[in-house]
Design a protein around this ligand. Structure first.
Ligand code: DQA
Length: 143
């Protein structure tokens, strides 16, 4: 059974409340439930961490080394400037997919750049919460 860590960064605990026109109506608990159910269908164990703190996210990435088969990360706004998270992903050396609920390329210029994506196998943007499901499918079905 694959063990996948779903790591969400700052403000993702505010899903369902925060800018629903951009992020939708599903709350964080709903997001975790949908991913967990999909994991059960795909034969994956899913684990969830959300933090608003850069250090806690880095600690979670370090802790994933040798423990998880994959990380699905949405670093929130840290995506755009956290070289520390980029370095942590390289140090952990766990295959990672970066997910963004919104299409960051349709939004403000500062969101167009991801400093963390180069440490990931791939990036999924703009598919809403389905992006997490697609990333899980990638880890479970890739050949
Ligand atoms: C986000 C996009 C980021 O630019 C933003 O800061 C977020 C959420 C997304 O999922 O679309 O917090 O990562």
């Amino acid at each position: 059974m694959k063990k996948i860590l779903i790591l969400n960064g700052p403000n993702l605990n505010m899903l369902g409340i925060r800018e629903p026109g951009i992020y939708g109506n599903m709350d964080y608990a709903g997001l975790c439930e949908v991913i967990k159910q999909e994991g059960e269908k795909l034969g994956a164990e899913t684990y969830f961490i959300q933090s608003n703190s850069e250090g806690a996210i880095i600690d979670a990435i370090h802790g994933a080394r040798g423990v998880y088969d994959g990380i699905i990360i949405n670093p929130g706004a840290y995506t755009h400037y956290s070289y520390a998270i980029f370095d942590a992903l390289l140090a952990a050396d766990v295959p990672t997919v970066e997910v963004h609920i919104s299409n960051v390329h349709k939004r403000e210029d500062f969101r167009h750049k991801s400093v963390t994506a180069p440490a990931c196998e791939g990036q999924i943007v703009g598919l809403g919460v389905y992006g997490y499901i697609a990333a899980l499918g990638y880890f479970c079905r890739k050949v």
